[in-house]
Design a protein around this ligand. Structure first.
Ligand code: SAM
Ligand code: SF4
Length: 333
């Protein structure tokens, strides 16, 4: 047994999010610009390298892997990587292998994902209106995503919908989204829009719909019971007593969740980000490609020693403070 990964604030790192590509078949306005320049393929970790780093983390005590991107299901050969990670489920070293996806390719992959041991999937969907969906994703088509959700449920995957709360965009759909999820037995999490990437024409502050407001609206129709947090993550959950469903809120801007943070993020180029909201990072690629560099385990341990106490996002002064210049698709959200 190797010693577990403990950061300077005594938090055990047991959760790794792996971004397997920066590419995507959508261009959500809050995530990417329309004319994104993607990384040259040679800069990406190969599937074998992704396996090697992920496995090193598992051997150092990581028990949960979430695969993300960009859009993870557009990475060529991605099932090879999922199959490789399934061996850690089988050995009992990993509790959960899961992914966050825009759903566009799920109709092709749902059955295979279930077959390798994926049990749950997070699908991002901000609106049930076809035109609004095209507007917010720029390139996406709602029917294809709905087909993906059907395929996921048919394959026995538990589905959670992630919706970014956007002022003036999906406020009017709050109850229809909640009821649609309840009718399909899907969990639902709302995410506050975060100041990632260059603002361009889309001003994140204008789009910012505080989840405290959203919660207040839910309370007008439902009885909300707070549920204890057991994920160590940024989400807080309530149960809507009338429907029995679980609704989550990811509120990096109104709730500081950093004290219980158990996660780090690996980018598709092998950089390890210790915090979604800080620039602290370590490049693990030399440990994979350069025989003279420190060994991978040592590089990971050195990186974890740099995990900061928390992030600095703050909208409270009506300006975007602590803004990150990198896009969410780089670190995987
Ligand atoms: N493409 C996949 C998807 O959309 O689910 C996985 C990657 S995406 C970057 C992960 C999550 O980040 C999505 O739920 C997306 O809505 C969210 N996201 C992207 N940009 C965001 C932003 N600026 N603020 C809050 N959430 C954001
Ligand atoms: Fe693609 Fe996901 Fe970003 Fe949308 S949020 S552009 S689907 S990576």
């Amino acid at each position: 047994m190797k010693a577990p990964l403990i950061d300077p604030f005594q938090r055990a790192v047991t959760y790794l999010r792996v971004s397997v590509t920066d590419r995507c078949d959508f261009r959500c306005t809050y995530c990417m610009s329309e004319d994104m320049t993607f990384l040259p393929k040679r800069d990406l970790l190969t599937l074998e390298e992704l396996d090697e780093v992920s496995t090193a983390f598992v051997n150092l005590g990581v028990r949960k892997l979430r695969i993300t991107g960009g859009e993870p299901l557009v990475r060529r050969g991605i099932m090879t990587y999922f199959k490789a990670m399934a061996r850690h489920l089988e050995s009992g070293q990993l509790d959960e292998l899961t992914l966050t996806t825009n759903g566009s390719q799920l109709h092709r992959f749902a059955a295979d994902l279930a077959a390798v041991g994926v049990r749950r999937v997070n699908i991002s969907l901000d609106t049930l209106d076809e035109q609004k969906f095209s507007k917010i994703t720029r390139w996406g088509r709602l029917p294809q995503v709905l087909q993906g959700i059907d395929a996921a449920q048919s394959a026995g995957l538990r589905v959670k919908i992630n919706a970014v709360a956007l002022k003036g965009f999906n406020e009017d759909e709050l109850f229809s989204i909640v009821e649609w999820c309840a009718s399909r037995d899907m969990d639902l999490t709302f995410i506050e829009v975060m100041p990632m990437g260059d603002l361009g024409n889309e001003d994140r502050l204008d789009q910012y719909w505080p989840l405290s407001d959203l919660r207040g609206e839910l309370r007008q129709r439902y009885t909300l019971t707070e549920l204890p947090d057991n994920t160590g993550g940024p989400a807080r959950y309530v149960r809507l007593e009338e429907t029995g469903q679980k609704v989550g809120f990811i509120t990096p801007l109104t709730h500081n969740f950093c004290e219980s943070c158990n996660r780090v993020r690996l980018t598709c180029t092998g950089e390890l980000f210790m915090c979604l909201g800080q620039e602290d990072r370590a490049d693990l690629r030399p440990a994979l490609r350069d025989p003279t560099a420190p060994a991978l385990d040592d590089a990971i341990r050195a990186a974890i020693r740099l995990k900061p106490k928390g992030h600095d996002f703050d909208y409270s002064r009506q300006e975007v403070a602590g803004q990150m210049t990198r896009h969410m698709s780089h670190t995987g959200g």
